[in-house]
Write a protein that binds this ligand. Structure first.
Ligand code: GLA
Length: 379
């Protein structure tokens, strides 16, 4: 969709003038490294070619006014008086709150927002909306864009304003990704490297079209379990547990915590192995790691779902697929598959048919291109 023209037209209709700036921030898909970010571990996501966009103009007062085309609703609030409420605009208010809480002086603006990251699908529509808002504030307030600082502000908003104890993966990749590359991140040091995606493979989103309620409470519960497991090992985070430590203490650790820990420990190693495989262009090896990640998320971390297991099985059954697994927080939403790029049509047709047979539901399957992190665009 041509968002630029749409946003400019809608801006005219709503605010009777031209916008001054156009900003966008992408959603993400995680190749591997799931539920490791809040354990100080490693992740390997990439930004996708779907994003949240915002056309905006500076205001002279301290008001922020946003019309969302997706929610068909306008909200406004003063930067001097931010209150908690409910709904999509909490994401925007939370970012304003987090900036000001960190000592930034902000300027008000008015804008039109639209996005094509599916909501609740595990592709980080919420982080994209947060980052695009941060990009808007930085631009209008004449401040310098620093991806790591911005990711931390946006994470603080999500943790403290929205009450979700999420890690920093989604914000970091939406802020700092590079076109054509995966984003290898150490979630403890926040150091990252851009790893090129080799030619010949396509990254596919397999959307089960299931959306789960109460994901937040299940997510926060996993977060609490990991913190409890780290305490029982006497380490700051599960990143510091090795497989030997885990096996050595298996009799002393509660079964659930043992399995949560085993997932995190083995998943961290899989991310390191996946980065090495990607650099060598060893895609079959990468595919095997994705498959192993799914099994671990399903059996040890218990965040998959029947629909996710079925679509992953359908994908892994196809000869053109190197490997597939659930992606994102889980409990529904999407899987990711690595597929030979010369055999996409056959793959999509077969997986759709297989999933329809297995569930009676039509899956939504599409290629995603590794995209650029948050940007300001020319109007
Ligand atoms: C959500 C969170 C991330 C991460 C993933 C699971 O997307 O926002 O921080 O924890 O789940 O890997």
């Amino acid at each position: 969709m041509d968002f630029k023209k749409k946003l400019v037209d809608e801006f005219h209709a709503c605010f009777h003038s031209d916008p001054e700036f156009l900003v966008r921030a992408p959603g993400r898909i995680n190749l591997i490294g799931e539920h490791t970010d809040y354990n100080d571990g490693f992740v390997l996501p990439l930004a996708i070619d779907r994003a949240v966009w915002l056309a905006l103009r500076i205001r002279q007062d301290r008001m922020v006014v946003v019309y969302s085309l997706d929610f068909a609703e306008k909200v406004e609030f003063s930067l001097d008086d931010i209150h908690r409420n409910r709904g999509w605009s909490e994401n925007i208010k939370g970012i304003a709150w987090a900036f000001q809480d960190a000592g930034y002086h902000l300027v008000g603006w008015e804008g039109i927002m639209v996005g094509d990251v599916p909501i609740g699908a595990g592709l980080s529509s919420s982080a994209a909306a947060g980052l695009v808002t941060a990009r808007a504030f930085i631009k209008t307030s004449g401040l310098e864009w620093n991806p790591v600082r911005m990711a931390k502000i946006c994470q603080a908003a999500e943790n403290q304003w929205l009450g979700l104890n999420s890690g920093i993966m989604d914000q970091m990749v939406s802020a700092g990704a590079r076109l054509g590359h995966a984003f290898f991140l150490d979630c403890r040091s926040l150091e990252f490297q851009h790893v090129p995606i080799p030619p010949g493979i396509a990254i596919l989103v397999l959307d089960t079209t299931t959306r789960r309620e109460l994901v937040n409470s299940a997510y926060n519960q996993r977060h609490a379990e990991c913190a409890a497991a780290a305490r029982s090992f006497g380490v700051p985070a599960l990143r510091d547990v090795t497989l030997d430590m885990l096996v050595g203490r298996s009799a002393l650790v509660d079964d659930v915590l043992f399995r949560r820990t085993r997932h995190v420990v083995t998943e961290n190693q899989r991310v390191l192995d996946a980065v090495a495989a990607l650099r060598l262009g060893d895609i079959p090896r990468l595919g095997e790691l994705l498959k192993a990640s799914h099994v671990s998320l399903r059996d040890d971390f218990e965040v998959s779902s029947d629909a996710l297991d079925k679509i992953v099985a359908c994908a892994n059954h196809q000869p053109e697929c190197y490997g597939a697994r659930m992606t994102g927080a889980g409990f529904g939403g999407c899987a990711v598959a690595l597929v030979r790029s010369d055999a996409l049509e056959a793959f999509i047709r077969s997986v759709k048919l297989c999933y329809l047979h297995a569930t009676g539901v039509d899956a939504d399957i599409y290629v995603c291109l590794p995209g650029e992190g948050a940007t300001v665009l020319t109007l």
